[in-house]
Design a binder for this molecule. Structure first.
Ligand SMILES: Cc1cc2nc3c(=O)[nH]c(=O)nc-3n(C[C@H](O)[C@H](O)[C@H](O)COP(=O)(O)O)c2cc1C
Length: 313
């Protein structure tokens, strides 16, 4: 069976989701060595970092974890994203597709188009559109109309393919219908769930997401709708076992993306999610790398949120 995304043939069905796994060249090399067939780069956006953001905080709970971070911490600047992409192309692109991810906080086409064009100029054949920060706009009664204008503009103006990433702010039927009508072929889903956790955990209300198995039923729901609209789906969100990967593939996922399964272990766990035929017999040393950051020798960084020893709350 051939696995493809936007007509690009992949060596297997497993994609590294845009996340700390794909935030540095070192960690992208680990994705490559671990056996991922493609990696969606950490999202970047056209903005100027002012230094007013705050670092990431991760709190583990019984059925997953919460991660809280400001936009400035979580989203690379466009310059950082381009540099990451160019360097990664030199180090780990031979049989792992690198998929840049762009973000913006408005539906105005110019910003999206400029960011996509820059990655396209560097050679990108497929770009993820990270719509996570559009959540605050969902009350705009023209939201879906504007979304359609944006997508049609990108489809018409770019040579490369674009893959919007949905989240729970989108009505699955409306969103998939608009994707189809705009000429989009591929959809990425499903982003994390924005949740207001227990106030005692000391997390911000508007920037905290839940990650864990509770998400999988939603992923399956959006996957089903996307397939009804004939979209190609890079599906993930809530995968906690190899069985979950099989469930997504059986439900029609064209590729399966994961972040937390690896973040909660390390890159060696990629092989646990792959069928034997796709596993290498020679484990590479670098797959023992910390999946959250590049600090070494037990040093604790201040920014990734997961370095400090953690208890389950
Ligand atoms: C700390 C962290 C940062 C993330 N940053 C991004 C991002 O920049 N862009 C994006 O599209 N998704 C981002 N994600 C979401 C993941 O791509 C993925 O959709 C989510 O983790 C659900 O999949 P999982 O259950 O396999 O973790 C991030 C996830 C985590 C844990």
């Amino acid at each position: 069976m051939a696995y493809t995304l936007s007509n690009i043939v992949m060596k297997n069905y497993l994609v590294a989701s845009s996340s700390p796994l794909t935030e540095s060249v070192e960690r992208l090399r680990c994705c490559y060595e671990a056996g991922f067939s493609s990696a969606i780069l950490k999202s970047s956006a056209e903005y100027v970092r002012t230094g007013t953001g705050y670092g990431r905080k991760v709190v583990y709970v019984k059925d997953g974890y919460y991660a809280d971070a400001s936009f400035e911490r979580e989203i690379l600047t466009l310059e950082e994203g381009i540099e990451l992409y160019k360097k990664a192309l030199n180090h780990c692109s031979s049989d792992m597709l690198l998929i840049p991810s762009v973000s913006a906080s408005s539906l105005e086409p110019e910003k999206w188009l400029n960011s996509c064009r820059q990655f396209e100029l560097c050679g990108a054949s497929l770009i993820q559109l990270d719509f996570f920060y559009l959540g605050t706009l969902k009350h705009d009664e023209r939201f879906y109309e504007k979304l359609k204008i944006l997508l049609m503009c990108l489809v018409q103006s770019l040579d490369c393919a674009v893959m919007p990433k949905l989240n729970l702010n989108f009505d699955p039927d409306k969103a998939c219908n608009i994707l189809k009508e705009s000429g989009i072929k591929t959809v990425s889903l499903l982003d994390s769930m924005r949740e207001i956790p227990d106030p005692n955990l000391g997390l911000h209300e508007n920037t905290t997401s839940y990650f864990g198995g509770r998400q999988l039923p939603y992923t399956l729901k959006y996957l089903k709708v996307a397939k009804q609209y004939g979209l190609e789906v890079c599906a993930g969100g809530g995968v906690t076992s190899k069985n979950d990967v099989g469930v997504l593939l059986a439900a029609g996922a064209d590729m399966v993306q994961v972040a937390s399964y690896i973040l909660c272990r390390d890159f060696r766990a990629v092989e646990e999610l792959l069928d034997n035929e796709f596993c290498s017999n020679i484990p590479s040393e670098i797959t023992k790398h910390n999946p959250w950051c590049d600090y070494e020798n037990g040093e604790q960084c201040e920014k990734c949120g997961a370095c400090a020893p953690h208890e389950i709350k």
